[in-house]
Ligand binder design. Structure first.
Ligand code: DGT
Ligand code: CA
Ligand code: CA
Ligand code: ZN
Length: 582
C-alpha cells in the first residue's frame, strides 16, 4: 500500500469515527481529503518533506488536515485518530462491512450495548437486544443478523496455517534467484500471528528490478495487483503477497520495520527519539546535529541498519524474538534483561493427542507410530475420541471399545523404540463430568478432557465447567480449552486466570492445540497460564501422520505466549513424562 493510500485509509477511519459520534461537517471534509490524497500522483511523503503548504495544494486539504498528513508521515501516527479510537474502541471496518450498518449505527450500538466486534453484534442480534434500542426494530435486527455471515466472510483474515505455506513457497523460490542476495518472510507471518492480512516478503538485492521481475515470474497463476521498481504485489492462492526489495546495507532496518507489529515499532521509535536517534525502514540515524528542516529519511549519522540486531542494539536492547513484538511488555522486559528464554521448536519430543481410524482418524495405530518415529520423536500418545456430548455419527469409543484398544496399542508399542502412551479424548459435559467411566480412565496412561459441545455458555458457567474438568482426579490434560474455531466460532470464554490457577493446583496440563483452525489456548491464554504457574502441553490433535507436522503452529503460539521449555510437558524425557502421568 502506498503511503497515500495508508493516509487515506486513516482519514476515512477518522471520518467514520467522527460520524459515529454525531460530529457534523468534519466527516465530509476528511472523506473528500482522503479521496484526493489516494488519487494524488505525488507520494505524500515527498509533499510532506516540502512542508505543510505543499500538502495543502492537494484539493480539499486545508490547514488542519495538512498538519495531520505531515504528522502521519513523520511519526506514523495521528494523535487525534488514536484519541478517537480510544473514545470508540470498535472494529469499525468489520462492523460497517455489514450491509445496513453505518458509522452512526455503530456509535449508537456501542453507547447502548457496548458492541465492539462482529461477534458481539451477532450475539446481541441473536438475543434480541438490538430491537430494544431506540430507533431500531425487529426488522432491522433480523436484517443485521442475516447480513453478518457474508460480512464476516468478506472481512476474514486468512488462517496462519494457510498463509504461512504461501510465504514459505515465495521465500524458497526467491532464495535461488540470481538477483536475490537475501530473502526473509516479514509481517504478521514472521510474528506467527494466528491470522494473516497479507503476506510480506523482503529481499535484499543490488539489482532491485531484476528481483522484482523474478518475483513476478514466481507463480503463473498469480494476479498482478501493482508493481514498481522496488516493490510489487500479487494475489496468489487467494492471498495478497507484498514484495519489497531493499539495498543489502539496509536489509536489517527494513526487516525490523516490516516485521512489525506497528505498535512495537512505534514504541521503539519513541525510545529512539528520546536518544536523539531516528529509526526507520532505512536504518538508525544519530540526528543530534541535524537541523530539523533538513531532516530527510536518511539524514544524520548512520548508526546501524544492515542487521536487525543493530537496530535493537542502538537502543541497548537485545534482539527481541519476532513472536513477542506486539508491544505487550516485551520492550520493557528487554530493557530490564528479563526477556523469557523462549521455547525452541526442536525441544519438543513428542505428541500427546492424536487420533486413529479407531475413531475419526484416517490411519492405523501402527502407521501413526511410524509417522512419529519418522519425525524423530521420542514418544506418542494415541488418544481417540470417547463417545459422549459433541460426538456425532458413532465416532467415539465406548468403555468396552477403549478396553479393547488397550490391547491393540500395547501390541503396536511392543514393536517400536518409541514410548507409546494410550490415552483417550473424553468429552466434558455441561457440568464438567467426563464421558468415560472412572475405572477405564484409571487404566489409561493419558486422559484428555475436551469440551466439544455447549460452547456458548456464559463466562462463569464456562469457568466452573472447565475447572471441574481440570480438577477431575483422572484428568491429565484439558484439551483445546475453549473449543473455538478461528474465523468460525468464538468458543467458551472462561476466566483464564481462574482456570489456569486451578490447573496449576490440580497438576493438570492446559493444551495448546496446534491445529491452525484452533490454536487453543491462544497466545494470550498461554501467557496467562504460564504466569499462573500452569504446565502447558503442545499437541497437534493429528488425525493423520501428516498432521503431526502442524506442531510448529503450536510451538510459535506458545512462544507468542512467552512460554519457556520448562513450561511445556512435551519437552520432557519419556520416563519423566511417564512418572508425571503416574
Ligand atoms: P497483517 O498483514 O494485517 O496480518 O499484519 P502485518 O503486521 O503483516 O501488517 P502489514 O502487512 O500492514 O505491514 C507489515 C509491517 O510493516 C507491519 O507489521 C509494520 C510495518 N508497517 C506497516 N504500516 C505501518 C505504519 O503505518 N507504521 C509503522 N510504524 N509500521 C508500519
Ligand atoms: Ca502483512
Ligand atoms: Ca503488507
Ligand atoms: Zn482430538
Amino acid at each position: 500500500m502506498s503511503r497515500n493510500a495508508e493516509l487515506a485509509d486513516r482519514f476515512e477511519e477518522m471520518a467514520d469515527l467522527l460520524e459515529a459520534q454525531d460530529v457534523d461537517f468534519k466527516p465530509r471534509s476528511y472523506r473528500r481529503a482522503a479521496e484526493s490524497i489516494r488519487e494524488h500522483p505525488t507520494p505524500i511523503e515527498d509533499l510532506a518533506a516540502e512542508g505543510e503548504s505543499a500538502v495543502k495544494d492537494i484539493e480539499g486539504v486545508g490547514d488542519a488536515i495538512a498538519s495531520k498528513a505531515v504528522e502521519y508521515v513523520e511519526t506514523g501516527e495521528i494523535e487525534e485518530l488514536d484519541e478517537l479510537r480510544a473514545d470508540l474502541p470498535v472494529d469499525m471496518a468489520a462492523l460497517t462491512s455489514v450491509e445496513g450498518v453505518g458509522p452512526k449505527t455503530v456509535g449508537t450500538l456501542y453507547e447502548a450495548l457496548g458492541i465492539t466486534t462482529l461477534d458481539e453484534l451477532e450475539a446481541a442480534a441473536r438475543d434480541g437486544e438490538i430491537q430494544a434500542v431506540s430507533g431500531f426494530g425487529p426488522k432491522t435486527e433480523s436484517n443485521i443478523l442475516e447480513n453478518i455471515p457474508f460480512a464476516r466472510q468478506a472481512q476474514e483474515r486468512e488462517l496462519l496455517g494457510d498463509a504461512r505455506p504461501i510465504a514459505e513457497a515465495v521465500r524458497n523460490y526467491l532464495r535461488n534467484e540470481d538477483p536475490v542476495a537475501e530473502v526473509a518472510i516479514a509481517g504478521s507471518n514472521r510474528r506467527w500471528r494466528e491470522t494473516i492480512g497479507d503476506v510480506d516478503v523482503l529481499v535484499a538485492s543490488a539489482e532491485a528490478e531484476g528481483a522484482v521481475d523474478a518475483f513476478l515470474d514466481w507463480d503463473a497463476g498469480a494476479e498482478l495487483i501493482e508493481s514498481g521498481p522496488t516493490k510489487a504485489s500479487v494475489r496468489a492462492r487467494g492471498m495478497r503477497v507484498d514484495l519489497r526489495v531493499v539495498d543489502p546495507a539496509e536489509f536489517g532496518a527494513a526487516l525490523q520495520y516490516f516485521t512489525g507489529s506497528k505498535d512495537h515499532n512505534v514504541h521503539l521509535r519513541n525510545l529512539a527519539i528520546d536518544r536523539d536517534l531516528k529509526m526507520n525502514e532505512y536504518g538508525v540515524f544519530d540526528v543530534s546535529d541535524v537541523a530539523e528542516e533538513t531532516e530527510g529519511q536518511r539524514a544524520g549519522r548512520r548508526v546501524g541498519g544492515e542487521t536487525e540486531a543493530e537496530m535493537y542494539d542502538s537502543l541497548d536492547l537485545p534482539l527481541i524474538p519476532p513472536e513477542l513484538r506486539e508491544d505487550r511488555g516485551e520492550i520493557e522486559a528487554a530493557a530490564a534483561g528479563e526477556l523469557p528464554d523462549l521455547l525452541e521448536p526442536g525441544s519438543l519430543r513428542g505428541d500427546l493427542h492424536t487420533h486413529t481410524e479407531w475413531s475419526d482418524g484416517s490411519q492405523s495405530i501402527e502407521s501413526m507410530i511410524a509417522a512419529a518415529a519418522d519425525r524423530g520423536d521420542d514418544f506418542l500418545c494415541i488418544s481417540d475420541h470417547a463417545t459422549g456430548p459433541g460426538m456425532v455419527g458413532g465416532v467415539g469409543l465406548d468403555d468396552d471399545e477403549l478396553r479393547e484398544q488397550m490391547g491393540a496399542v500395547a501390541a503396536a508399542a511392543a514393536d517400536t523404540n518409541l514410548t507409546v502412551f494410550h490415552g483417550v479424548e473424553a468429552n466434558v459435559d455441561a457440568d464438567g463430568d467426563l464421558s468415560v467411566g472412572d475405572d477405564v480412565l484409571a487404566e489409561l496412561d493419558v486422559v484428555i478432557a475436551s469440551p466439544h459441545s455447549g460452547l456458548g455458555a456464559d463466562r462463569d458457567a464456562a469457568t466452573d465447567r472447565l475447572v471441574a474438568a481440570v480438577e477431575h482426579p483422572e484428568t491429565d490434560v484439558l484439551g483445546h480449552p475453549t473449543g473455538r474455531l478461528i474465523n468460525d466460532r468464538p468458543g467458551l470464554a472462561p476466566d483464564l486466570n481462574r482456570l489456569a490457577t486451578a490447573a496449576a493446583e490440580a497438576g493438570t496440563a492446559l493444551e495448546v492445540n496446534a491445529n491452525p483452525h484452533r490454536l487453543d489456548l491462544n497466545d494470550e491464554g498461554v501467557r496467562t497460564a504460564v504466569e499462573a504457574g500452569a504446565t502447558i502441553t503442545i499437541n497437534t490433535d493429528a488425525h493423520s501422520g501428516e498432521e503431526l507436522a502442524l506442531r510448529r503452529y503450536g510451538v510459535h503460539t506458545a512462544r507468542r505466549g512467552w512460554a519457556e521449555a520448562a513450561d511445556v510437558l512435551n519437552t520432557w524425557a519419556p520416563d519423566d513424562l511417564a512418572a508425571w502421568l503416574g
